[in-house]
Every structure is written in C-alpha cells, then in structure tokens.
Design a binder for this molecule. Structure first.
Ligand code: NAP
Ligand code: ZN
Ligand code: ZN
Length: 354
C-alpha cells in the first residue's frame, strides 16, 4: 500500500479538503496512473452530499480520469509506461455474469466496483471502499483502463469518460442516426455531449433548456433547434415530433411534458438521476405506444469505441479548467446550472503533500 494525496469530504455537509488515503500497490494485472486531469460530474455532488443514499466518508469523488501510465504489472499487455489513459465510473466487476460477458459491465449482476464510494475487495479489511480521481494517482486492473487518442487534448477528453459514454451508449443502443429527430433535455455536462454526438451521428437535434442564456451555445454546439422548456406555447408546438429524447436533467422535473413530444413508438431515455422518484402518467405512454427507459454509463468495449470515434472526429467536451482548491465553488456553480459545460480539475494544482 502507498499513501495518496487527494481531496474529499468528511461528511455530507462538509466542504472538500486535502486529505491522504491508502492505494493498493500495482499488482500483476494492474496499471498505475498519475492523474493529470479529472472532470467534475454532477454525480460527484450527488454522492458527496449523500443524495442517493448513505455515502461513505471520507468521500473522494472523481470518475472522469485522465493520466499517464507510470507502472504496469507483469501480466499487463495493452499498456506501457507513458501512455495517455482514462478511467471512468467503474474499476472492476464480476467478469462472468451475462452482462459482463456481453461487455456491459455497468449492469453487472453483482454490481460493478464503482470508481469511488464502492466496496473494494482489493483491501483485506472489512468496510474498505474505493477512492476516486480527485487525487494524485490511481491503480486499476487493466481491463478497466481505456486508451485515450493522443490527438485529443487530455483536459477536454476527461469528461468523455463519464459524460461522453453516458450519452453515447443510449444513442448507439437505440441506433440514433440520419433521419431521426432527437431531443436533448438539459444543457449541462451530459447534455452538451449528447448534442455533439447526436449531431455527429447525423440526427436533427433539438435542445430543450430552462436557461435562455444557453440558446446561442446550443446552436454553436450543433443543435439545429433550441426550445426554452419553460415556454408552454413553444413546448405545445413540439408535440408528437420526436423519435428519441435523451433526458439529462439532474433535478426534479416533469417527464410527462417530454413524453408528450414523442411520436408514435418513440423512445425517451433517462440518463439524469434526480434524487427523488418521478411520477409518470400512463396516458403519456399508452396513447402512442411510447417507451420510457433508462441507461447507465456504458461498457468498457463501447467506451473504447466512443473514445476512438472522438479521436477520429476530434470531439471533446467544452471545459473550464479549475484548480483543486476551487472545487467547492465549482460545485455551487454546477448547482446553479452555471458551467460551460464541464469543469475539469488540473491535478498539478493538488498539494504535493499534506
Ligand atoms: P449538470 O452539468 O449539472 O447538468 C444538468 C442540467 O440539467 C443543467 O445544466 C440544466 O440544464 C438542467 N437542470 C438543472 N436543474 C434543473 C431543474 N430543476 N429543472 C430542469 N432542468 C434542470 O449535470 P451532469 O453532470 O450533466 O449530470 C446530469 C445528471 O445525470 C445528474 O443527475 C448525474 O448524476 C446523472 N448522471 C447519470 C449517469 C448515468 O450513468 N445515467 C452518468 C453521469 C451522470 P439547462 O440549464 O439547459 O436547463
Ligand atoms: Zn459521472
Ligand atoms: Zn458481472
């Protein structure tokens, strides 16, 4: 074991502060990574603040990790020292259930080992759990490490590891492409990647936003149309139009208002994870045989496919770089929907020792 410097919270109401914790040594199947950048996902905030159930403290979040390989175990074949690599929301899974063998480790029957705040069998002591990417380094089993195209700016590539794959996976699964009318709800970290991907896949994309000041950005990011979702008349004009709607909203909102926008047999997929259950009107689905589904991140294979697609088409996130000690202010700005469109932490700014 070795001591690692990171940033974490001591409780659901405490600010994030510098701390140290133990990482496992690099084993035969492991890759040790010096973290250079980490994106700030809204899930980090939900978890730090115990909004999805009781979190474990201290809580060190961060699952949009980019770094350089500094050590490889003796059995590692796909990586070498110096490679630019990524780690997303998972660091392990059972590897033999139907979901894992299908390359969809995020749906592992035994639950994946999440990158942070998840039980960690790599440590012998009872109650050990994982620590995320707001830290100096991480040790991850080879299967869960991604190759990041060297042509991409590593800072702007960090959000691909969660915001990117979470929006790519449902677009790929529901085969969104040319000739489809697609709606994206919420222009945050996930939403802005959804707009970029849906446009790159050839769909006609409409952004739904509560923020009138994001209209121009929505168009710059490629959306063909932008609708202010608080405008009832504008929403009514969109009824029965869409083949596919991706909902990336982080807070309580009325999903029935968006179900009404689907045409017959249209699909709406939730990727946003608001704290409280939402109510769905049966009439909103039944009348036009519409479907409502959910989707979690993406498997390792499809994450690599998404990164390779981004390398080929030069797609990254629009980011604002922050220092590690700006993280608490950054959280407040995310909660005000005031981020364009992902904060990424420059890990050089992490204290060398504490
Ligand atoms: P984010 O950057 O904060 O974006 C959320 C957007 O939702 C905001 O920019 C805002 O867009 C809209 N919004 C916020 N509050 C709203 C409200 N009260 N009513 C309507 N719209 C509102 O968050 P994110 O990092 O993209 O994450 C979005 C959600 O996805 C979070 O719940 C996160 O935990 C979840 N998530 C899920 C997965 C998964 O695997 N399914 C993976 C990662 C994240 P406008 O200003 O445009 O309205
Ligand atoms: Zn995330
Ligand atoms: Zn499994």
């Amino acid at each position: 074991m070795f001591s690692c410097v990171g940033y974490g919270a001591a409780s659901a109401t405490a600010p994030l502060k510098p701390l140290t914790f133990e990482r496992r040594e690099c084993g035969p199947n492991d890759v040790q990574i010096d973290i250079t950048h980490c994106g700030v996902c809204h899930s980090d905030i939900h978890t730090v603040r115990s909004e999805w159930g009781e979190s474990l403290y201290p809580c060190v979040p961060g699952h949009e990790i980019i770094g350089r390989v500094v050590k490889t175990g003796s059995s590692v074949t796909r990586f070498k020292v110096g490679d630019c690599v990524g780690v997303g929301c998972m660091v392990d899974s059972c590897r033999h259930c139907d979901s894992c063998t299908a390359g969809l480790e995020q749906y592992c029957d035994a639950n994946p080992v999440w990158t942070y705040n998840s039980p960690d069998a790599a440590f012998p002591q009872e109650g050990a759990y994982t620590f995320g990417g707001y830290s100096r380094s991480i040790v991850v089993t080879e299967h869960f490490v991604l190759k990041v195209p060297e042509t991409l700016d590593p800072a702007a590539a960090a959000p691909l590891l969660c915001a990117g794959i979470t929006t790519w996976s449902p677009l790929a699964h529901w085969k969104v492409g040319k000739g489809h009318k697609v709606g994206v709800v919420g222009l945050g970290g996930l939403g802005h990647m959804a707009v970029k991907f849906a446009v790159a896949l050839g769909a006609e994309v409409t952004l739904f936003t509560t923020s009138p000041n994001k209209v121009e950005d929505g168009k710059r990011l490629g959306a063909h149309r932008v609708v202010i979702s608080k405008d009832a008349e504008a929403m009514a004009a969109e009824h029965n139009r869409f083949d596919f709607i991706l909902d990336a909203v982080s807070a309580d909102h009325d999903v029935n208002a968006y179900l009404a926008l689907l045409r017959q047999d249209g699909h709406m997929v939730l990727v946003g994870l608001p704290e409280k259950p939402m109510s769905v009107a049966a009439f909103a689905l039944v009348g036009k045989r519409r479907s409502l589904a959910g989707s979690a991140i993406g498997g390792i294979k499809e994450t690599q496919e998404m990164l390779d697609f981004c390398g080929k088409h030069n797609i990254t996130a629009d980011i604002e770089m922050i220092r590690m000690d700006q993280i608490n202010d950054a959280y407040e700005r995310v909660l005000r929907s005031d981020v364009k469109y992902r904060f990424v932490i420059d890990m050089e700014s992490l204290p060398k020792a504490i």
